[in-house]
Design a protein around this ligand. Structure first.
Ligand SMILES: Cc1cc2nc3c(=O)[nH]c(=O)nc-3n(C[C@H](O)[C@H](O)[C@H](O)COP(=O)(O)OP(=O)(O)OC[C@H]3O[C@@H](n4cnc5c(N)ncnc54)[C@H](O)[C@@H]3O)c2cc1C
Ligand code: FES
Length: 266
């Protein structure tokens, strides 16, 4: 169920230069949000920017009687720079939870998360869901996390507490493998059994294209959470349409943002 709510800012913290962790006080129903779903966020009583901006749900949890939601974001342009200037007690207008979440097949014993930069935002929520399962039904969670430099491996310590193993890649070699996270994953690919492994990917466009190439030679099921510019976020304006493999347009906000990698035209 989605609706429009006002949400108060509980805290906002710069985690690394230009990247922020925003904590909001949200309605209790957000506890049912699925990893991969997102919200449209607009700053209350501000007409610029006029449209909300989409953000993945990074974490939802309770503290006392309150339900809190975290969003991890990069100040990229006017809308997100305005979000970075929010202060404790300010109000934002939220629509959500929106879109489809990741689907973890019942037969799956191993989850593989491949995150690039901010792509860790929805994948950490997925890892958190996985880690909350009863011990007997818990899946093995392998995570590959890549970024420009070590300082851009946001919340790495938390990720390590949620996943069975975390391997990192940095462009400059400041931590872990020197190179792309897709190359790091490719080296381990043969160890994953397609019958019981599901792969989940989020990151920049280049990473999706590399992943699509890698997946052409593999039987692993692979879901991607993609980003497009959005106006309405609810399937009404067609502003977020992308072409699928048959040349049919899909709305990222309504049909996605999670898709099977084979569904889309890369
Ligand atoms: C489903 C979904 C989930 C997202 N989750 C997150 C998240 O968790 N954290 C986060 O930091 N960002 C996330 N984004 C991207 C975020 O919405 C954009 O960075 C934001 O809308 C940019 O708005 P702006 O006004 O700051 O920048 P603008 O001035 O509108 O644009 C600044 C730059 O960002 C690019 N851009 C704008 N919109 C998008 C977009 N939707 N996707 C990719 N690039 C864009 C522009 O081309 C431009 O280069 C998500 C996007 C989608 C669709
Ligand atoms: S943003 Fe309007 S249809 Fe997707």
């Amino acid at each position: 169920m989605k609706s429009i709510d006002c949400a108060a800012v509980v805290s906002i913290r710069e985690v690394v230069e230009g990247h922020y962790l925003l904590t909001l006080h949200v309605p209790r129903r957000y506890l049912r949000a699925l990893p991969g779903q997102f919200v449209m966020l607009r700053i209350h009583e501000r007409s610029v920017p006029f449209l909300g901006r989409p953000f993945s749900i990074h974490r939802v949890y309770t503290r006392g009687k309150h339900t809190l939601m975290e969003i991890l974001f990069r100040a990229a342009g006017a809308g997100t720079v305005a979000c970075a200037q929010l202060k404790k007690g300010d109000t934002v207008v939220l629509t959500g939870p929106l879109g489809s979440g990741f689907h973890v097949p019942g037969r799956c014993t191993d989850m593989v998360l491949v995150a690039g930069g901010m792509g860790v935002a929805p994948l950490m929520f997925l890892a958190e869901h996985g880690a909350m399962r009863p011990r007997k039904r818990r899946r093995v969670i392998h995570c590959y996390f890549g970024a420009r430099t070590a300082s851009h491996l946001y919340r790495l310590a938390r990720l390590k507490t949620l996943c069975t193993e975390v391997k990192v890649a940095t462009d400059d070699g400041s931590l872990g493998y020197r190179g792309t996270v897709t190359d790091l994953f490719l080296m381990d690919l043969p160890q994953f059994n397609p019958n019981r492994t599901a792969l989940f990917v989020c990151g920049p466009d280049m990473m999706f294209r590399s992943m699509a190439l890698i997946m052409r030679g593999s039987n692993l099921s692979c879901q991607v959470s993609i980003e497009e510019r959005m106006a309405c976020g609810i399937g009404a304006c067609l502003g977020c349409a992308v072409e699928d493999e048959h040349g049919i347009y899909k709305r990222v906000c309504k049909d996605g943002p999670v898709f099977d990698i084979t569904e889309l035209h890369w």
